[in-house]
Design a protein around this ligand. Structure first.
Ligand SMILES: Cc1ncc(COP(=O)(O)O)c(C=O)c1O
Length: 402
């Protein structure tokens, strides 16, 4: 991609051209063994990905949505429970909660990190719930249901502030499933433990998506769950495979939610490159930071000292977001908005009865964010071009401080 041409939002073509010599043998192996579902290629990937995430176990599944759903089910979320998450995420997070039989409920995000604000979670548990004496768990007064789990989302490739979330979870006996679908390899410095932790190794389970555009993407649909709990891993293996641990012996009714062998083989090849790709994304993010620091009115991504993000997305914030997006589009620079409509205002959740103003930080952020092109192959020259167009737009639009 030259600067004369278009700068795509994501460049999956160059990536796969580069990898073709490594990927073709995977296709051949699968064809020649006809081992399409399960088997050694899946097991090998599970071993390698668990290691990468610093977790004891990994269970390959069909998608990130299945990963969140199966993790909640295996951790013990029951029909009718409330599972708390954020309204600033992809709808798959709440779809998976509903599919596990629970009712999603929301707490607002932090204005700088864009992920769950632990203080809002604390407020929710203290003000909207009472402690049920029998179970020791919070019970939501208005919804008349127990709160049993929390799903922090490591949005854009940066971990949520997990220490205070995990502390609240311990205090209120809540299950924690990390939605790490955008955060393969992201690191979090736990002040409690005085060490760096990896996304997917901190809660009871971590859910990953390998949708093609993710930092680690399959050539189709795929996902995985990580956990340090052997019993949970066992349950998730049963749930993903029609409720059977032994063929045709169905202990429960499960799902057809397995990881394809072909995708597992492809993911194993790509996993060997992931650390390098994440490093390249971090370098590209640093270049964007340096360039954009000179433009008034543009808020670059915030990177707290406890975070080593993997920049799945590079998201800036400014008041005239739509004006900048239009200007970039006319200069053939593709951008995205992740996500324009907060979940509590989506038609799908009309029945929850939320209104504008319920989650003001999410609403403000959703109106101001813009995702710039970001991928390991993005060149400094391409970034300079993007930056020049942002600068041009700032001069015309006189970006105001936010
Ligand atoms: C935050 C988040 N959660 C869940 C998912 C669901 O993953 P999948 O598309 O693999 O089902 C995604 C994927 O886009 C995501 O970004």
């Amino acid at each position: 991609m030259t600067i004369e041409g278009k700068i795509p939002f994501l460049d999956l073509v160059s990536l796969h051209e580069e990898l073709e010599p490594e990927l073709i043998p995977v296709f051949q192996k699968v064809l020649r063994t006809a081992g399409f579902v399960g088997g050694p290629m899946v097991e090998e990937f599970e071993r390698e990905f668990a290691k990468f995430c610093d977790a004891k176990y990994c269970v390959g599944v069909a998608s990130g949505t299945d990963a969140v759903r199966f993790a909640l089910m295996a951790a013990g979320v029951q029909a009718g429970d409330i599972v708390v998450t954020v309204p600033h995420t992809f709808i798959a997070t709440t779809e998976a909660i509903s599919q596990a039989g629970a009712r999603p409920d929301f707490v607002d995000i932090d204005e700088r990190t864009y992920s769950m604000d632990p203080l809002k979670l604390q407020e929710y548990l203290e003000k909207e719930c009472y402690l049920d004496r029998e179970s020791g768990r919070p019970f939501n007064r208005k919804l008349k249901a127990p709160v049993t789990a929390v799903v922090p989302v490591h949005i854009y490739g940066q971990c949520a502030d997990m220490d205070p979330i995990l502390e609240l979870a311990r205090r209120y006996k809540l299950i924690v499933v990390e939605d790490a679908c955008q955060a393969h390899g992201a690191q979090y410095f736990s002040r409690e433990e005085n060490r760096w932790r990896t996304a997917g190794s901190m809660g009871q389970a971590g859910a990953f998506s390998f949708y093609p555009g993710k930092n680690l993407g399959a050539c189709g649909e795929a996902g995985a769950i990580t956990t340090n709990d052997e019993a949970m891993a066992k349950k998730m293996r049963v749930i993903r495979d029609h409720g059977q641990a032994k063929k045709y012996y169905h202990d429960i009714e499960g799902y057809n939610g397995r990881l394809d062998a072909l995708q597992a083989g492809i993911l194993t090849v790509k996993l060997a490159h992931l650390a390098d790709w994440n490093r390249k994304r971090q370098e590209a993010a640093k270049r964007y930071h340096e360039m954009l620091a000179t433009v008034d009115g543009v808020v670059a991504p915030y990177q707290p000292e406890w975070s080593r993000p993997v920049y799945h997305l590079y998201v800036i914030r400014l008041q005239d977001r739509d004006g900048l997006q239009k200007h970039l589009s006319s200069a053939k620079v593709d951008t995205g908005i992740h996500y324009p409509i907060p979940l509590h205002l989506q038609k799908a959740y009309e029945n929850f009865g939320h209104k504008l103003g319920d989650f003001p930080v999410t609403e403000k952020v959703a109106a101001e964010i813009l995702s710039l092109p970001m991928y390991p192959q993005l060149t400094t020259e391409q970034q300079r071009h993007v930056f020049q167009k942002v600068q041009e737009s700032a001069l015309v639009g006189e970006f105001r401080q936010i």
